[in-house]
Design a protein. Structure first.
Length: 294
């Protein structure tokens, strides 16, 4: 059950006061900047070696964030023509720590009992400027992205483990980061609070993006024309893929808990796009572990 202090969402940077660097750590070229387009503070992490430039929460490796929200939201933009790396340490109900990493450095998906490595394919404002379906350095016009990771589903589908909590986050070069957030709610960008009330999305655990976590949209513009939204895994099916990237626009559906099917939101949120695709299909979760486990 989500603790009261983590409801309805937890703004990680704000709660842990990242700018004070007392409960977080930084190494190398990490700077807080004011972004006029996003109308707020962002953090730039850059360097030639991921091990030498990073922002880490919590400060000490012996500590734990203790965040139990189902979804982790990362609002970020890879630095153009660079490679980036992100590590998430999560704890299972069996008290096993599993590292979930994603990077455009990774060429293929790899898995062990304690480490999942996902290639990340950077999207571009002009799809022709990036090789579709292949990891590599971010294109010059790479967009700001809202990445939504369903942590319990990742552990269940890839390792048959039950999720307990998020232990630590390590954001390595080369990234611009606006915010981190955890929640049990599935936030959909581009949906207004009025539209959400009209469609009663809250009954399905879906909500508009909170204002303090949202990317600004100028009048007359559409969210999905300006930014990328990536949800991983994209649904609860047994057909998996092995890298994370932007997909062709299609309606969002809500992940279903076993034995508790949720109503489809295709007619309710037709304008909202699920931006997730994966490069290669793997026929079952067991095939993932068998194929890559060392």
């Amino acid at each position: 059950v989500l603790a009261a202090w983590q409801r309805p969402y937890l703004n990680i940077f704000k709660h842990f006061r990242v700018e004070e660097w007392k409960r977080s750590a930084k190494e190398g070229d990490v700077a807080a900047l004011t972004d006029t387009r996003l109308k707020g503070t962002i953090y730039r992490i850059r360097g030639s070696n991921p091990a030498s430039s990073y922002l880490q929460l919590p400060r000490a490796g012996t500590q734990s964030l203790g965040l139990t929200g189902r979804y982790l939201y990362l609002l970020f933009r890879p630095l153009p023509r660079k490679h980036f790396l992100v590590h998430l340490d999560v704890t299972t109900e069996e008290n096993q720590v599993v590292r979930i990493s994603f990077s455009n450095l990774f060429k293929e998906f790899k898995s062990s009992a304690t480490w999942l490595q996902f290639p990340f394919v950077c999207g571009a404002a002009s799809e022709g400027t990036a090789r579709r379906g292949a990891p590599g350095a971010a294109p010059g016009d790479v967009r700001w992205t809202c990445l939504v990771l369903d942590l319990p589903s990742i552990l269940a589908l890839y390792l048959s483990r039950r999720y307990s909590h998020l232990r630590a986050v390590k954001l390595c070069c080369n990234l611009l980061v606006k915010n981190l957030c955890t929640s049990d709610l599935l936030f959909e960008p581009g949906v207004t609070f009025a539209e959400a009330r009209l469609s009663d999305l809250s009954c399905c655990g879906v909500a508009p993006m909170p204002r303090e976590l949202a990317f600004p949209v100028p009048k007359g513009e559409k969210w999905h024309d300006l930014y990328d939204y990536i949800r991983f895994p994209s649904d609860g099916s047994k057909l998996l893929h092995n890298s994370i990237q932007k997909s062709f626009p299609r309606p969002v559906t809500v992940l279903e808990e076993p034995g508790h099917p949720l109503p489809q939101l295709v007619t309710l949120s037709r304008a909202v796009c699920d931006r997730l695709t994966l490069v290669q299909q793997i026929t079952s979760p067991k095939a993932v572990s068998t194929l890559w486990r060392r």
